[in-house]
Design a protein around this ligand. Structure first.
Ligand code: MEV
Length: 423
């Protein structure tokens, strides 16, 4: 049995040594952990039981023109085709005049849920009547937020079942994502209510269904800009509109449609040090708000069929301060690259990236299919997986392209032949 007792109390070096002593990793593997540990002191402060930094590739998406302003957009992703697709989608939209965006607010909902409620209607009325007082208590728990122009704004009460009632507070978190602020404000209100309401508080925490933090991006593309080698732009546009309708009708397709959107959204969220799990859960909860799960974007042709109009609406509870943003130098560099200085601007960028990503995926899907482009980009990863060093990839790639092969076995055998000839 392995013994890693008090692992969290050990220093980073001691932790690696304990894994070796327990024969969990080899000395060679310790070197891998050490090499990736770009900043062990920082890592140790960020999380418990820190081992190493897990590196993901970061690249720049180009061609983003949003509300008349050009942006360079850092994206972090391991999926080979994401940044290429993003820049491609953005380039088509750039030619068409760029993205137009609208951000409707930056409010987070926080929930205080009462259980064992005997008279839900009475409780609802009681809570609603105390709106002013409850908002005051919430704001007193975080006065600095109010000083910055944020704070609790309004509340609503929802009867969820005969015995369950949710008191929801809408809180403006300004430039932060605000999870900790919201949670501590909720706890203050819950403590106050605990003294006067007989139904016990089951839990109090923010809701990730951030439907009061919506960002919309739209674009208008002349159909000729969608032309593919085998298909006229008009046909591509018509098919994209049908694919969009399909994503509204079929949850199986909607899940994949939205996954493509989130390829871009998450990649920017990670680069900007944001909580991408919160953004993911918000997006999917929002996608099913009507009762059936739907695509988050819509594409349709205008009245004379000459322009493809695209629109996306996403809940984006994003931040430019707080969390790990200030302590991770790369995040600050990324903010500088994208010239971002407000949560609103970040939301505008992310919504635009989601729409561009979706356009590129749909354009490929309804024309030549995605495999051609994917496999071209995936090939490098396959060659590396076959054991090639980065400086060997170009040679093997060329050979595989000549042979029209994309599989791991071919990569392995070409690599073996290369190594034999070198000896
Ligand atoms: C792949 O990561 C994403 C796509 O499947 C998205 C889509 O089908 O719309 C290409």
């Amino acid at each position: 049995m392995t013994n890693l007792s008090k692992f969290y109390q050990k220093t980073w070096q001691q932790r690696l040594q304990a894994l070796i002593d327990q024969k969990i990793i080899s000395d060679q593997q310790r070197k891998i952990l050490q090499c990736s540990a770009s900043d062990p002191e920082l890592g140790d402060q960020q999380i418990e039981n820190y081992l190493t930094h897990y590196n993901l590739p970061e690249g720049l998406a180009l061609h983003y023109l949003i509300n008349g302003k050009r942006y360079l957009i850092p994206m972090v992703t391991e999926e080979p085709s994401v940044i290429a697709a993003s820049s491609h989608g953005a380039a088509i939209i750039e030619k068409s005049g760029g993205f137009t965006t609208k951000v409707s607010g930056h409010l987070l909902w926080g929930q205080i849920v009462f259980e064992k409620v005997s008279q839900p209607e009475k409780l609802k009325k009681n809570l609603e009547e105390q709106q002013e007082k409850l908002i005051l208590i919430a704001n007193q728990a975080h006065p600095s937020l109010q000083k910055r122009g944020g704070g609790a704004r309004h509340l609503r009460v929802r009867i969820l079942a005969a015995d369950l009632v949710s008191l929801d507070l809408a809180i403006d978190t300004q430039e932060a994502m605000g999870a900790n602020m919201v949670n501590s404000m909720l706890e203050a209100v819950a403590n106050y209510l605990g003294t006067q309401i007989s139904a016990p508080v089951l839990l109090s925490v923010l809701s990730n269904l951030a439907d009061e933090s919506l960002a919309q991006a739209s674009c208008r593309i002349p159909v000729e800009f969608l032309t593919r080698p085998q298909l006229a732009g008009q046909q591509v546009a018509e098919k994209i509109a049908v694919a969009s309708r399909l994503a509204q009708l079929d949850p199986y397709r909607a899940a994949t449609h939205n996954k493509g959107i989130m390829n871009g959204v998450d990649a920017v969220a990670i680069a900007m040090g944001n909580d991408w799990r919160a953004i993911e859960s918000a997006a999917h909860a929002f996608a099913v708000k009507s009762g059936s799960y739907r695509g988050l974007s819509q594409w349709q042709l205008n009245s004379d069929n000459s322009i493809l109009e695209g629109k996306i609406t996403l809940p984006l509870p994003v931040a430019v301060v707080g969390g790990s943003i200030k302590i991770v130098p790369l995040v600050q560099l990324n903010q500088q690259l994208a010239k971002i200085n407000s949560a609103t601007q970040l939301a505008e960028i992310i919504a635009s990236v989601g729409l561009a990503q979706n356009l590129a995926a749909l354009q490929a899907l309804v024309s030549e299919g995605i495999q051609q482009g994917h496999m071209r980009l995936q090939l490098r990863a396959t060659i590396l997986a076959a054991g090639a060093q980065p400086n060997e990839v170009a040679t093997i790639l060329k050979q595989m392209q000549q042979m029209k092969k994309t599989d791991l076995t071919t990569a392995q055998s070409l690599l073996a032949k290369k190594h034999e000839s070198e000896h």
